[in-house]
Design a protein around this ligand. Structure first.
Ligand code: ATP
Ligand code: MG
Length: 388
């Protein structure tokens, strides 16, 4: 009987392009993770895939995906998938492929997770959630920071109760301020006169955000939460370029009719290929002291959005006067009254975040040796530079 000729290495490589690393969101071919392809007699194909860590949890995903793709080729009788681990040098190359070379080595190197708190429209409670989630994470033993990316309407200094010009350390990095509970905080508000209107052009905005990521001594953090401005794509684009590993948390209100607007916030993330972490429904029903519940802003919107986006609904935070009062007075409710209903909902959301994010440093962000420290740029923030 005549046997089909075996496929060529090129045909196999072409097929392997369809195997995507679910974390890095690129093809294993593009990422240089295909170590070898061997074509044996009788149509047996042996492929070795290089992983970033030996205990890589997505091993079996690769195993199945590789076998499935190659077995679709004619002349293949058997597929064997083996694994090895990328060398440090190869990981460096991979890092370059991923475009992380844009930030100097070491910027955010000790920050395990960067989470953008976003929404499709303004006033849904992004800043309130950012401040309280950072405080809740920190209280549960997960060092957290809050970066105000809303350079036009910054509210993080007020909500976390810190506001002064930050100091600069010996390496000329800006030291974040520390709020109650040890939350590290950075905001453009620290650099401008109170109530001064900040007029930003696109490139300046980009530059300011970049400096907050590069020139701030964030140190070791498990979570850096980014308070996003309402409804603009500018900051998202900057972040997607600088931090392709950032994740999005979408805040929405409960009215089901508002979901098309809420989705816009999520679309920003998908457009820039950033991962969606989950949804928080804020301003869910209001419960009176005698236990009567009013669904002032409707009901069910958070769940609908989470289902549509196929991500978890991490929490439903009720309307709460103390939540607003504490945000106004600079001492987050989760710190002041950790057992109040709104605090409990936020703390639960914080635990949901912890459950869905890695606690390991991303492999691609290994802390560089001291000798490799980036040259001191010393570029002052645009605002400082402008003498505002
Ligand atoms: N669950 C809640 N209960 C009561 N008040 C709340 C709640 N969440 C937020 N607020 C209040 O609603 C107002 C808007 O919240 P916040 O500033 O956090 O929204 P935002 O999405 O950051 O707004 P912007 O889009 O303008 O940045 C604030 O006064 C805040 O204290
Ligand atoms: Mg805000």
């Amino acid at each position: 009987m005549q046997r089909m000729p075996s496929p060529t290495p090129e045909q196999i490589t072409e097929k392997l392009r369809a195997v995507i690393d679910p974390e890095l969101r690129r093809s294993i071919v593009e990422l240089g993770m295909v170590r070898s392809i061997e074509i044996k007699d009788g149509g047996r194909i042996e492929v070795v895939v290089s992983l970033t860590t030996a205990g890589c949890p997505i091993r079996s995903h690769f195993e199945q995906a590789v076998a499935q793709q190659i077995s679709e080729l004619e002349g293949v009788t058997e597929v064997a998938v083996g694994f090895d681990v990328l060398s440090d040098e190869e990981k460096g190359d991979l890092q370059k492929t991923l475009g992380r070379g844009k930030l100097p080595a070491g910027a955010l190197a000790q920050v395990k997770n960067v989470i953008c708190v976003a929404s499709g429209k303004g006033g849904v409670g992004k800043s309130t959630m950012t401040a309280n989630l950072a405080a809740a994470l920190s209280a549960e033993g997960h060092p957290a920071g809050a970066l105000d990316c809303d350079v036009y309407g910054y509210s993080i200094p007020r909500m976390l109760g810190v506001n002064r010009k930050p100091d600069v350390n010996a390496e000329r990095k800006i030291l974040p301020l520390e709020a109650a509970g040890g939350v590290k905080v950075m905001s453009i508000g620290f650099f401008v006169e109170e109530n001064a209107a900040v007029v930003w052009r696109g490139p300046m905005l980009h530059k300011a955000i970049q400096q907050f990521l590069e020139d701030v001594a964030w140190g070791e953090l498990e979570y850096l939460l980014l308070d996003m401005p309402p409804g603009t794509g500018d900051v998202s684009m900057t972040l997607a370029q600088l931090l392709p590993q950032a994740k999005f948390l979408v805040v929405t209100t409960p009215q089901p009719a508002a979901q098309s607007v809420a989705r816009r916030g999520a679309e920003m993330a998908t457009k820039f290929d950033l991962e969606l972490l989950g949804v928080i429904e804020n301003m869910s029903g209001f419960t009176t002291p005698n236990g009567e519940r009013f669904t002032i802003f409707g009901e069910g919107g958070g769940q609908i959005l989470a289902d549509e986006l196929d991500v978890p609904l991490l929490g439903k935070v009720p309307l709460s006067e103390p939540l607003r009062e504490h945000a106004d007075s600079g001492f987050p409710l989760v710190t002041a009254e950790p057992d109040s209903p709104a605090s409990q909902a936020i703390r639960q959301a914080a635990r949901g975040i912890v459950a869905t994010t890695p606690q390991e440093l991303p492999v691609l962000q290994a802390v560089p040796a001291v000798a490799e420290a980036p040259p001191i740029s010393g570029t002052p923030l645009p605002v400082v530079q402008g003498g505002a």
